[in-house]
Design a protein around this ligand. Structure first.
Ligand code: UD1
Length: 364
């Protein structure tokens, strides 16, 4: 049996790491890894392959950055050729990126079954690129692997009932697998940080970073948080966000924020574990904060990871006002509610997915 697995952006490298390891350990199938090249920098891509031990992709499509249509079309065209050549039993895609949409479309049109890992996530607004991608990928998929029952319920509401499994989150599996390699002491010492004296923040969503007025307001919120709590805000800068920051004129807020280059997985998880909490618009990081026992302010109008907000663990910040950001950031320092357990499975999601793929491949 042969499965092509398609990755292209940071969150997918993390998921692929645990899936490919599980496939290898079980000798489950011939796993053909394809990298679209959507993320291509050493810090956005290479570091994840090195530190997570992901095998070198058999194909790199070299898609790079660009407008959504151009990027998706380039990946679609290139993936069709790869699938034509490899003729796999299934295509595996992760999450909600343009890369995953392109792969799912190419495979569905060639009648190659699509396996979607992290299916059923739904988040307002429907216009955000990731939400458009999620819905289309789910409707093109044959096996839909959900992190929680809520995700499976979302699919049922859209009449997707067949091929849906609830297996937990592969990112939790990876977190548990890698935990022994996190080194908070070293990562803090290297940056002159005292554990507990800083927040970790990330921003990259188009609605938060492409409009400079919005981005300035969010950064102002971080600056207020620093001034009011006396804690630092550590902001690893996503390239998209870096392009939008006006370094010449925003000194009043930037002087309070500790800007650093994008971090690898082990560095980021180590620092999150030593932080006072997280402020983020990343889907992955709001879960990873919870896995590390930290709370997160989610800087989005809505979240696909609603369970953590409903359980009172994470705090949703739909407002773009600096005061709201600083206020909720400050609330992370208050006594937390009891930490919910096993919201996204028990750390065996990858094993369950691999088993289901093996079991169901003959029925595709
Ligand atoms: C993409 C995904 C998002 C995911 C995120 C993780 C889509 C629609 N969005 O968003 O779901 O959470 O990746 O980071 O697929 N750039 C570099 N170097 C790189 C990669 C990108 O400089 O290695 C720059 C590009 O020039 C581009 C910008 O970063 O302008 C954004 O990259 P892009 O892949 O378009 O989207 P992300 O915002 O990263």
């Amino acid at each position: 049996m042969k499965v092509v697995s398609l990755v292209g952006a940071r969150p997918q490298f993390v998921k692929e790491a645990i899936i490919s390891e599980t496939v290898r350990a079980a000798k489950a199938w011939d796993h053909v890894l394809v990298h679209s090249g959507q993320h291509y920098d050493a810090v956005m891509s290479d570091v994840f392959f090195q530190e997570l031990g992901i095998p070198t992709p058999r194909y790199n499509l070299g898609v790079g950055s660009g407008a959504h249509g151009a990027m998706t079309a380039a990946a679609l065209d290139a993936m069709e050729k790869v699938l034509e050549k490899e003729r796999p039993d299934a295509l595996l895609v992760y999450g909600d990126t343009n890369t995953s949409l392109a792969g799912a479309l190419a495979a569905a049109k060639m009648c190659i079954p699509v396996i979607h890992v992290e299916a059923g996530i739904r988040q307002a607004p429907r216009t955000m690129p990731e939400e458009i991608n999620r819905r289309l990928i789910d409707h093109a998929s044959r096996l839909l692997c959900c992190c929680s029952q809520l995700a499976a319920d979302n699919l049922q509401r859209e009449n997707i009932r067949e091929g849906v499994i609830v297996c937990g989150d592969v990112m939790f599996d990876l977190f548990k697998r890698m935990e022994g390699r996190f080194d908070a002491e070293r990562e803090c010492a290297e940056r002159g940080l005292v554990p507990g004296s800083f927040f970790v923040a990330t921003l990259h969503r188009n609605f938060n970073v492409d409009d400079q007025e919005v981005l300035y307001s969010l950064l102002k919120g971080f600056s207020l948080l620093v001034r009011r709590t006396g804690k630092k805000v550590l902001l690893p800068l996503h390239p998209r966000t870096g392009k939008s920051i006006d370094f010449l004129h925003w000194g009043d807020v930037l002087q309070d924020i500790t800007l650093i280059s994008p971090l690898g997985y082990l560095e980021l998880m180590s620092l999150v574990g030593a932080s006072a909490g997280v402020l983020t618009d990343s889907g992955g990081l709001q879960k990873e904060a919870y896995y590390a026992g930290k709370r997160a302010v989610v800087l989005m109008p809505d979240t696909g990871w609603r369970e953590l907000v409903e359980l009172g663990w994470n705090l949703l910040c739909p407002s773009l006002e600096a005061e709201a950001v600083a206020g909720l950031g400050g609330a992370l320092l208050e006594t937390p509610p009891p930490m919910p357990c096993f919201v996204y499975g028990a750390g065996d999601a990858a094993t369950r997915i691999v088993r289901h793929v093996c079991d169901s491949c003959s029925q595709f």
